[in-house]
Design a protein. Sequence first.
Lengths: 178, 206
Amino acid sequence: MNDILKRLSERFPVSNIVHQRENMVFVTLQKINSIPCISYLKEFEGFTHLVMLAAVDFIEDGIFQLTYILHNYKLHTDIGIRVKIEREHPVMESIHTLWAQARTYQQELKEMFGIDFPGSPGIDEPFLLEGWQNIPPMRKDFDTLKYSQETFFPRPGRKSYDPQKYMKQKLYPDKEPE
Amino acid sequence: MKKDNRLLPNNDVPDVERDYFCDAYPEPVKPFQGFIEKFLNWARANSLWILGFGTGCGAIELRPLMTARFDMFRYGMAPRPTPRQSCVFVIGGYASIKTLKRIVRSYEQIQAPKFVLALGSCTINGGMYFDSYNTINRIDHYIPVDVYVTGCMPRPEALIAGLRKLQELIKQGKAEKANEYIKNFEWYKANQKKVIKDWNMPDYNW
């Protein structure tokens, strides 16, 4: 693994290397270097399997963090590529040319986060949400409870309990609640 | 009963497809008189055919019901592949908007008399998905429900109890929710169209 990281850092400006496990490493790359780095890992280092592509919304920093996890079958190691893209107009290069199945991930990210991948097949087709008219629902500034109450006719009389307090009260009724 | 001469607008069907769909307004079915209706209800109650459409996680409870251990065929219940041949629609738990569109379409394609059995807390008040952006909270605002089975998920025994209750209701002549759907057609349609934003099917799926 260290050899791979060494060769990788000779070619690309990687930063923030995190050794998650013995056989799993996360590296952070700039947006412009990330796709060349991913294709280098695929073609020369044997990371031929795309495990997943996911996004995290860091609303405080104004960025989306994309994580590409690749797997090497020979060494049984994983490498995660973290890429930070701006939240205002999130556009990222598509990797459907490297792995055809990436189109599904990208279609989902377009729908759930609004991240655009120009050129990816079927990127504008609805995936799960048919006819969605609001902001993408997985963004942190989307209030899902409020949307649900406004749209879906909540049945009155529904109560919610804090599970910890409720079970304490039920199991130990004599004890004073803290 | 007076014939309803209103026509469905079918505004959202594309012009090229308009010829394929019927635009007649659905009509309630009048029950027969006296013992004929009683005999028919007895026959209906003992041949409940369930639509094989697994909506939500409750669909997993239908498999043990069909097979040897719980064996619903001893009550005359059988799974059917198409809405045209079935009369019971089991809503198995949460329904997302995408599924709700198919639920409405299948429900309208079932010929009356038709009955709906709603499983689990999700169909009653949203259950654990009450705050989800994509699952509805109460199924009875979109299609009428005859029997609710509570639980998350209900066991097959509970499902059998619900089906037996449905049989009782049918024998008493109380399972007339299909007519209620027609009577409150505008209200149900407005609710459905409020959540299904890409409505591209006819207003009533004959």
